[in-house]
Design a protein around this ligand. Structure first.
Ligand code: ZN
Length: 265
């Protein structure tokens, strides 16, 4: 929201009017963060009884902070409960899996490339772990932040890709595959998980896509001892188009990701 919200909207926001939709509430909150005049208008719009309650709470919090212990110098607790700590086991699993895939491929050269077969779904479980409220002890805090939603999801996804893509690059370099054969499928599936995640939850979407790919492509390819056509070198234009379309869907349907833990609906 680049213009100031109207006094009527601020009043409806202050009184918790159920007719104000989530997107508008989000925009008002984002605006209030940076606009002191509107914050003052909001303070005036609050009922006197509510204002007294807020004043009492503010005094109580200030007293508690003044009387409490000094802030901890080390932020180990934040690190322990942070996203990085939660996705680390999954990233380690991906690294282990790609090492095994590369060794398998180098050992059994008659088999189709396990590195190429696994690459599309490699980032999915870390992405699910980064966005599932089941694994996030701080999800209530995150859900209450005005700027949660797609931006946060994309930041976490980017963090996962930053770790997973070099792993895939190393495995493909080791086994001699061109990046175009694994990077685009990897990005397409990640975008697909986010797009589908808007409907069913990112963790369910990631798990579902992993299972479908494993049963529908990896298992038959290993059984038939040949790489599917969609992973052949010439299929990259199809993956590029799919990636572009899925990213567009994610951006167009941005409001689907307004809250983490959508999977709990
Ligand atoms: Zn304003």
């Amino acid at each position: 929201m680049t213009v100031h919200p109207t006094p009527i909207l601020i009043f409806r926001y202050a009184t918790g009017d159920a007719g104000v939709d989530d997107a508008t509430v989000w925009a008002v909150e984002a605006h209030l963060e940076s606009c002191a005049p509107c914050r003052a208008r909001l303070a005036d719009a609050v009922e006197p009884a509510d204002r007294q309650l807020l004043d009492r709470v503010a005094v109580g919090v200030a007293t508690g902070i003044a009387a409490g212990p000094a802030p901890a110098k080390h932020r180990w607790l934040l690190r322990r409960t942070g996203v990085a700590a939660r996705i680390l086991p999954w990233l380690a699993t991906v690294v282990g899996l790609m090492v095994i895939a590369a060794l398998f491929e180098l050992t059994f050269d008659a088999m189709p490339s396990l590195v190429l077969l696994i690459a599309p779904v490699a980032p999915l479980l870390p992405v699910a772990a980064a966005w599932s409220r089941r694994t996030d002890p701080a999800w209530e805090l995150v859900a209450s932040m005005p700027r949660t939603g797609l931006a946060l999801l994309l930041r976490r996804t980017l963090a996962v890709l930053t770790a997973v893509v070099p792993t895939l690059a190393a495995a493909s370099w080791w086994t001699g595959h061109s990046p175009v054969r694994w990077l685009l499928p990897c990005l397409a599936f990640t975008a697909g998980a986010l797009a589908l995640g808007g409907l069913v939850g990112v963790d369910r979407a990631a798990l579902g896509l992993s299972v479908v790919w494993s049963l529908g492509v990896i298992a038959p390819s290993l059984a038939g001892r040949r790489l599917p056509v969609i992973l052949e070198a010439g299929s990259w234009p199809g993956w590029a188009v799919a990636t572009g379309v899925l990213i567009a869907v994610v951006l167009i349907r941005a409001t689907d990701h307004r809250r983490p833990g959508i999977d709990q609906r």
